[in-house]
Design a protein around this ligand. Structure first.
Ligand code: NOJ
Length: 539
């Protein structure tokens, strides 16, 4: 594995987000391919991932789940979904990945479980006030007959955050009704998750991505949201959430001396205030958090530079993220007139210039890979996939789309199964004898974006990612700092350990400095100059 002298692996890793159901379908429980990706599919593509040059895979939730939110509704935290495979296959995969020099990060969902989880089923079967209900947030309703929800909180997926059960009590779900929130004030919940951490660390897992990490603890008086505005938020970023991560960090650290080395805790935290965000990465808490300000930043040199500077000013090791399974793919974002992204206001009505978006995505890839810190790659971005915005309504799966009655297009467009080979769907995602087509339909234009089509094409996105990751690994180490160099408006120019990165976000070509040799460019140079919407690495 690729440790380097100046830091632990996770500080400079290239981490590949693998969205299991859309990666590759080789057969689940019964070994029959069914249009849904699985662990056998990952196992058979490990050589592809090793060749891409990544250091770790982050697997999105792979547990048994009724799939009300694509697996973020977990029914059993200590097993593998039958449609993905078995626990024994996961063990084999973790070991095989290690042999390829690839570490494994799993996705833990501690804010809520599935309504099919045995604890929630037991809570439903038990009476109000019982210890079983204490693991969740059950409350009587308000108004005549308790017919109104206990407070005015809204679900992040639309509609009220409360659902009523048969005996008249209501339970809290910040996300879908099928995702009841745990009560983190309950010691049983804490003990259970500490045990789950150990269960996976004992299996050789190298890191944990923590879902919805800032929302675990709640104000137990459950006040109305507007009434509480001046006070701390009743469920986002509360002080007591940090205690949980201190105990988790102690567990992670207790493993760092074994054969696999450092275990890493990574927080999924959407907080705009970087000072608040920084509190999660104090030395005894999480190792890193995702850099969402970088992801949501528009394609604008000054704004990007401000985010980069702000990130580097924090004491935590930086991370860089362009896309994930919750956001519009960046080829599409960068091809719109408004290149910013707002999770709560997705706009798929803007026209997309895919050629421009792809060009900018190539430039963004080299800019991102040159920055100090860890870089995340969301599966398919290495192929230049775009957001699919014409999925037929009856095929859509995202609860956001359903619960907003289509007002929010949701996230399915970023989750379409990968194209591997061939000229027609399923593009090698499933073998020809699969029992069903891919669970979300693939655009026919993706025939030009298959792994097979891009492999060995020097102009492809895939070869750009392979070259970028290789040079990054060979020439950049985590200790090297970035120093900005003077540049014209719209241009980012910096040096890292003798490697120069120039990103041209302006509309005019930029002459390259003399005396340096070109390592890699995202577009061919034009008369020795760096054309608009492109990045060059020089030495
Ligand atoms: C964040 C995950 O990334 C997203 O996909 C999920 O819907 C929510 N958390 C709820 O678990």
């Amino acid at each position: 594995m690729h440790d380097n002298a100046s830091g632990s692996w996770w500080q400079s890793a290239a981490i590949y987000e693998l969205y299991v159901q859309s990666f590759a379908d080789d057969g689940g429980e019964d070994g029959v391919p069914d249009g849904v990706g699985d662990l056998a599919g990952v196992q058979s593509r490990l050589p592809y991932l090793a060749k891409l040059g990544i250091d770790a895979i982050w697997f999105t939730p792979w547990y048994p789940s009724p799939l009300s939110d694509a697996g973020y509704d977990v029914a059993d935290y200590r097993d593998i979904a039958p449609r993905f495979g078995t626990l024994a296959e996961a063990d084999t995969l973790i070991a095989a990945a290690h042999r390829h020099g690839i570490r494994t990060i799993i996705d833990l969902v501690p804010n809520h479980c599935s309504n099919q989880h045995p604890w929630f089923q037991a809570a439903l079967a038990a009476p109000p006030g019982s210890p079983e209900r204490e693991r969740f947030w059950f409350r009587p309703g308000r108004g005549p007959g308790g017919g109104q929800p206990p407070n005015n909180w809204q679900s992040r997926f639309g509609g009220p955050a409360w659902t009523r059960v048969r005996d008249g009590e209501w339970y809290l779900h910040i996300f879908a009704p099928e995702q009841p929130d745990f009560n983190w004030g309950n010691p049983e919940v804490r003990a259970e998750f500490e045990d789950i951490l150990r269960f996976w660390f004992d299996r050789g897992v190298d890191g944990i991505r923590i879902d919805t990490a800032a929302m675990l603890t709640k104000d137990s008086s459950l006040p109305d949201l507007d009434a509480a505005l001046a006070a701390p938020h009743p469920y986002v970023d509360r002080d007591d959430v940090h205690e949980i991560y201190r105990s988790w960090r102690a567990i992670a650290d207790s493993y760092s001396a074994d054969q696999y080395g450092d275990r890493v805790l990574i927080g999924e935290i959407w907080l705009a205030d970087t000072a608040l965000l920084a509190r999660y990465t104090r030395p005894d808490e999480l190792h890193t958090v995702f850099n969402f300000p970088y992801l949501t930043c528009p394609w604008d040199a000054a704004r990007l530079r401000a985010v980069i500077d702000d990130t580097l000013a924090q004491s935590a090791p930086p991370t860089w993220v362009l896309s994930n399974h919750d956001v519009d793919r960046h080829v599409s974002r960068y091809g719109r007139a408004d290149t910013s992204f707002d999770m709560d206001n997705r706009d798929h009505s803007q026209p997309v210039d895919l050629e421009l978006g792809t060009r900018r995505a190539r430039a963004a890839a080299l800019l991102t890979m040159a920055l100090p810190g860890a870089v995340y790659i969301y599966q398919g971005e290495e192929l230049g996939l775009w957001e699919v915005d014409d999925i037929p309504d009856e095929k859509r799966q995202d609860p956001i789309w359903r619960r907003t009655h289509g007002a929010d297009p949701g996230r399915d467009g970023a989750r379409v199964p990968l194209p591997w080979s061939g000229t027609e769907p399923p593009f090698g995602f499933s073998p020809p004898h699969a029992s069903a087509p891919p669970w979300l339909p693939q655009p026919k234009e993706w025939r030009e974006l298959t792994v097979e089509a891009e492999d060995r094409d020097p102009a492809s996105m895939l070869e750009l990612y392979r070259a970028g990751l290789r040079i990054r690994r060979e020439q950049l180490t985590s200790g090297q700092e970035l120093s900005w160099l003077p540049a014209p408006a719209g241009v980012l120019d910096f040096d890292r350990g003798g490697m120069r990165c120039i990103a041209n976000l302006s509309f005019a070509p930029v002459p390259l400095p003399p005396g340096l040799s070109v390592l890699l460019t995202s577009q061919p140079l034009q008369a020795g100059a760096l054309p608009p919407a492109s990045t060059a690495w020089l030495r």
